[in-house]
Unconditional design. Structure first.
Length: 120
């Protein structure tokens, strides 16, 4: 079993999720069940899938969950762009979250490559 809390990609995605929750508190109330919910769901899906995958015994299953995490990260990136374009997110906040997302992507990409190497 892998300890997901020690995985850098999980740590970065967890921190991104915490920041997304903090920043979306200021989004308009009418977006509570719209972009706020969607962005939060996409953000927490990343560390949740890394954690769930780390509990799987097979490498194939682990990779499947890591791939789902990657897709969720891309979805969150889109919602960050949308929130910025709708002026719910300042340029500074968008830049900060995009930087965090990019760092998460780099760690997740490295993890996927390492697990693929392990599989081969």
């Amino acid at each position: 079993m892998r300890d997901y809390k020690k995985i850098v990609a999980w740590q970065r995605s967890h921190n991104l999720t915490l920041r997304v929750y903090e920043i979306t508190k200021s989004f308009p109330n009418e977006e509570k069940f719209g972009i706020t919910s969607q962005l939060r769901r996409a953000a927490y899906s990343v560390p949740a899938n890394i954690a769930e995958g780390s509990g799987r015994s097979g490498v194939k299953d682990y990779l499947r969950f890591l791939t789902i995490a990657y897709g969720s990260l891309k979805e969150a990136e889109y919602f960050l762009l949308l929130a910025h374009d709708l002026e719910y997110l300042s340029a500074d906040a968008h830049s900060e979250l995009t930087d965090m997302s990019n760092a998460t992507f780099a760690a997740l990409h490295g993890l996927i490559k390492a697990v693929e190497h392990e599989r081969n």
